[in-house]
Design a protein around this ligand. Structure first.
Ligand SMILES: [Zn+2]
Length: 114
């Protein structure tokens, strides 16, 4: 991915040759990895994406509920009960996804502040 880009900070162009990686240990054993590109002229960092153990756990919970929905659809329980279970899982998925988004936004702003 040799792509040219213009730095917002110094307005010089540079090639994106690789994405840098930075590990950060946050409180309570949470681990965060920031992936970013950096302007070689002024050293400004641009966040590409962020991974965190907290977000990973939330995504696992989402997957578990998505699987629950699949199993519920296949099961032989009464349809009224099915619908209840499915909508309960869907609501939980929404909450988990919102929580994950909030954490990611928070991490992004932390990155911007450094
Ligand atoms: Zn720059």
């Amino acid at each position: 991915m040799n792509q040219k880009t213009k730095c917002d900070e110094c307005e010089k162009t540079f090639m994106i040759t690789r994405i840098k990686k930075e590990n950060v240990g946050l409180n309570k054993g949470e681990r965060v990895v920031f992936y970013y590109i950096q302007c070689p002229h002024c050293k400004k960092k641009y966040l590409s994406h962020v991974e965190s153990t907290k977000v990973k756990r939330l995504i696992e919970k989402v997957k578990k509920r998505q699987n629950n929905i699949k199993l519920t659809i296949k099961s032989k329980i009464p349809s009224e009960e099915k619908e209840k279970l499915i909508s309960k899982n869907r609501d939980e998925i929404k909450e988990l996804q919102t929580e994950a988004r909030v954490i990611q936004e928070d991490l992004k702003s932390r990155f911007a502040l450094r």
